[in-house]
Write a protein that binds this ligand. Sequence first.
Ligand code: PLP
Length: 218
Amino acid sequence: MIKDNLEHIQKTIPEHVTLIAVSKTKPQSDILEAYKAGHRHFGENKVQEMVDKFDQLPKDIKWHMIGHLQRNKVKYMAHFVHLIHGVDSLKTLKEINKQAEKHNRVIQCLLQAKIAEEDSKFGLSFSDIESILSGEEISNFKNIAIVGLMGMATFTDDESQIEREFSSLKNAFDRLQQKHASLEILSMGMSGDYKIAIENGSTMVRIGSSIFGKRNYQ
Ligand SMILES: *Cc1c(COP(=O)(O)O)cnc(C)c1O
């Protein structure tokens, strides 16, 4: 099942787009099934859950932290996390830098942009992103690399709204990239909207339920 879903999705996305299999709430057996099918990029939104899975699963898995991040949890994943998607403050970048330094690593980060019209989504405005990238503080952080942007569209059936939100992020990304060449990744798109995201320039999609099935939250 999982293998078929993965293959199906992999076939529908272009080669330059990286597929993150979002395994939050799912058991290790599900991850192993995807792993055995050759998949290596997995996304989690809770640090503790990701740490537990990292400890028990094959070490060549690339773990993506896609959830909203609490600063005091950064230390638990600093030794292994592959990419942190949801960074939305300079304070958090500072903490990631500090923890990465302890492990002699450079941790890759994406800045999360707020593109959804609904209030509940976290993220920075485009001008905040611009000031972080151009600011002086960032140049002192030797143990992080800001490699792109991430965004989540409003949860809605209105495709034109989703399209509007993704394309606004793509426009900002293109503009920022001219000054900040280290920006390579544009992480946008989930099970319900990844096709629209790819049409609007996404290079990384985060897909959970279309691969692993619906999640049960207790
Ligand atoms: C859960 C989650 C996803 C995946 O959601 P699906 O709708 O199951 O594909 C993607 N991105 C983030 C940030 C998430 O929290």
